[in-house]
Design a protein around this ligand. Structure first.
Ligand SMILES: C[S@@+](CC[C@H](N)C(=O)[O-])C[C@H]1O[C@@H](n2cnc3c(N)ncnc32)[C@H](O)[C@@H]1O
Length: 252
């Protein structure tokens, strides 16, 4: 196994922003850090402005393309031969200030709940989503690793740019809890940065996150008992950024 000091030579990014190479190491997993993994991420995000730009690492102008593609990706699950979702309640995981809730989920689902580890982002979300006050029914101020959702509750569990912040073990346990929390025929959507197949994963010291490869994601999803219904590569993003994949997943 490579040592923690072996910095990766490639220019990669930690969320979607470009990161300093010194902050990136390969062949190193979150499990090495134990509780510090979550404390570091917490400190990192506490310094980030509660704005759309803050959520997107300075790339707020890419928010439109992101949302358009997400919408296109899931529409087939409401109408036509693949219809299976009812537009009831969505859970926005790692919601930040509620960008995904506002632009995507509240445009489709009747109600939304947010779960987010940073209370300052959630406070901002309350004003950012003010126009939807009646339809945002809960703000859960807790890390996903400690979130225990109620059974049989959500039509969709949307995880965007947050699974990188969970250890494999915690991600698997969260997926297991999600199995119970989803309504019949509900879906999990994971929209995350990915590294090329050869790189199993990259660990980012600055924000305490890990970028997994598609292969790693798929192995973990399969191990969790999830079926991959669809995989979409984000288009219309500038070159030089990490690839972004949307995985649409179901337990049945
Ligand atoms: C890159 S931002 C993405 C925000 C939002 N999903 C979006 O796309 O606009 C990552 C978010 O994940 C949150 N986060 C980090 N670690 C988390 C954890 N363990 N549990 C829940 N949220 C977490 C951060 O506080 C931040 O709001």
């Amino acid at each position: 196994m490579a040592s923690v000091d072996e910095a990766n030579e490639d220019l990669v990014s930690s969320t979607i922003e470009e990161a300093n190479n010194d902050d990136v190491v390969s062949s190193y997993t979150a499990e090495h850090l134990g509780p510090e993994f979550y404390n570091n991420a917490n400190s990192y995000w506490s310094e980030i402005p509660a704005t759309v730009d803050g959520m997107l690492g300075g790339f707020s102008h890419l928010s439109d393309n992101d949302v358009i593609e997400s919408k296109d990706t899931i529409l087939e699950y409401f109408v036509g031969p693949n219809a299976r979702l009812s537009p009831d309640l969505a859970l926005d995981c790692g919601a930040g200030i509620g960008r995904v809730s506002k632009r995507l989920l509240l445009q489709i689902f009747k109600q939304v709940e947010l779960v987010e580890q940073n209370p300052i982002f959630l406070k901002k979300a309350k004003s950012y989503l003010k126009a939807y006050k009646q339809r945002v029914i809960a703000y859960h101020a807790v890390g996903l690793q400690d979130f225990y959702p109620e059974p049989d509750r959500y039509s969709i569990i949307w995880c965007q740019w947050v699974l990188a912040h969970l250890t494999d073990k915690d991600m698997m346990e969260f997926l297991d809890r999600s199995r119970i929390a989803l309504q019949h025929k509900g879906l999990i959507v994971a929209k995350e940065n990915v590294v090329k197949e050869v790189e199993e994963r990259l660990f980012h010291k600055d924000d305490s996150s890990q970028t997994r490869s598609c292969k790693v994601f798929k192995e973990l999803f399969a191990k969790a008992g999830l079926k991959l219904l669809k995989e979409v590569k984000q288009g219309n993003f500038p070159p030089g950024m990490l690839e972004i994949r949307t995985f649409v997943l179901a337990f049945d």
